[in-house]
Design a protein around this ligand. Structure first.
Ligand SMILES: *Cc1c(COP(=O)(O)O)cnc(C)c1O
Length: 401
């Protein structure tokens, strides 16, 4: 079928509305994925299709065996950086979770997951033919996960099925409240029961220090486009050696006519994964990522400062655990909701006011509560954001203490 040139015009000269140069973007999912200069250059250099495959070794013919660019070394460095033994790059964090669930479980098995898990944890489990059992959280205002409850959920599964669950999954930092969960405590329970422990580090690894060994993680999953200054799609799957054979099992299938076999590939990864530019951006940003996790303490100072200043507006309150241990933050903002009720733009007034000040990323229309993330903003930018909110609050007659 022919597509009219009129319609094809849409694709010409596409531009992004909210460039990092022009706007301060507080959108939680976008702060950790801003590219480094090195990654931006690598993106152009390796933009063509299967660009990393120039030097694929003919014998092993696998992405992680390529030495130029240094993918083979990168996988080893990445595993070491996370305190794990093995690492693979996949397309997204959710794919890493799916592969882990699929390779660790049998159809009908349970995965125990925290009740603040991302929707993709549930869907990954479903696609892997697993059922889920949720570990409850404490509800408002903390929404904390008590790690001890993993043990009672394991007992529940044992009673119900006569078997252990296929895996425990803990969201290291959840996407709703930015709570930092106690991975080490869950790791201990996993160890006691000999159940594989998947630590989902979509929002943590790549921006804050993680030591998989120290917390007893058997699998670490993460998201390159969320937290590693890389393009989408990139995901990280890191493992202990003890799970290597199971999770990275080789395909056994054989062509019935040709007898062809593919024994050098990895089944769960469908052979090769990210064979081009996104992987190279992840690698190009890696040296900076290794350095930046050491500056995590200062990132916490910035968000704690902003929370303290925002709470000067009477009726504004940070929810989730206190003090903030992560830059993703959920605020209850009732006075902004009250202001929206009489405004002709309704809830969109806040978006308009912020946008006029070159601040974006608060979901348009939301005023009752919203999330923001200050990761990677300079002190000047954080102070500018603070001033903007306090100014808007005063403009609409809110009480600022
Ligand atoms: C963002 C997020 C994901 C999804 O990451 P993808 O790389 O897009 O699959 C998974 N889990 C959590 C906790 C997240 O916050």
């Amino acid at each position: 079928m022919k597509i009219s040139s009129e319609r094809l015009k849409k694709y010409e000269g596409m531009k992004r509305d909210f460039s990092e140069e022009e706007y301060i973007n507080l959108q939680p999912i976008q702060r950790g994925g801003v590219l480094t200069e090195e990654a931006r250059r690598a993106l152009i250099e390796f933009g063509d299709g299967y660009s990393v495959c120039d030097w694929c070794p003919p014998k092993t013919a696998r992405l992680d065996m390529i030495d130029d660019p240094p993918i083979h070394q990168f996988y080893a460095d990445l595993a070491e950086f996370l305190g794990m033994d093995l690492a693979r790059i996949v397309t997204r964090c959710r794919e890493a979770k799916f592969i882990a669930f699929k390779m660790l479980g049998k159809a009908g098995d349970y995965a125990i997951i925290d009740s603040t898990a991302h929707y993709s944890s549930y869907i990954s489990a479903e696609l892997a033919d697993l059922r889920v059992k949720e570990v409850p959280n404490t509800g408002a205002p903390e929404y904390r996960i008590d790690p001890e409850l993993y043990a009672s959920k394991i007992e529940e599964v044992k009673k119900e099925t006569g078997r252990l669950p296929a895996a425990l999954l803990l969201t290291h930092v959840d996407y709703l409240y930015g709570n930092l969960n106690d991975a080490k405590a869950v790791g201990k329970i996993a160890e006691e029961y000999k159940v594989p422990f998947i630590l989902n580090c979509a929002y943590s690894a790549g921006i804050m220090p993680i030591d998989g060994k120290e917390v007893g993680a058997d699998v670490i999953t993460s998201s390159g486009h969320k937290s590693w200054a890389a393009c989408a799609p990139t995901g990280i799957l890191a493992l202990r050696n003890s799970l290597g054979e199971k999770v990275l099992a080789k395909p056994k299938i054989e062509g019935d006519l040709t007898k062809r076999k593919f024994v050098s590939k990895e089944l769960g990864l469908l052979g090769c994964t990210v064979a081009g530019a996104p992987l190279v951006t992840l690698m190009a940003s890696f040296p900076e990522v290794v350095r930046r996790v050491e500056r995590w303490g200062e990132e916490l100072e910035k968000i704690r400062f902003l929370v303290k200043e925002m709470e000067r507006i009477e009726g504004v309150r940070q929810i989730g655990m206190r003090p903030k241990m992560h830059t993703l933050t959920h605020l209850e903002t009732d006075p902004f909701f009250k202001a929206s009720e009489t405004h002709k733009r309704k809830g969109y007034f806040l978006y308009d006011e912020l946008r006029a000040r070159k601040i974006v990323g608060i979901q348009p229309g939301l005023t009752k509560h919203f999330k923001l993330n200050t990761y990677g903003l300079t002190w000047d930018q954080v102070k500018y954001v603070k001033d903007a909110f306090l100014e808007i609050a005063s403009k609409y007659g809110m009480k600022v203490n």
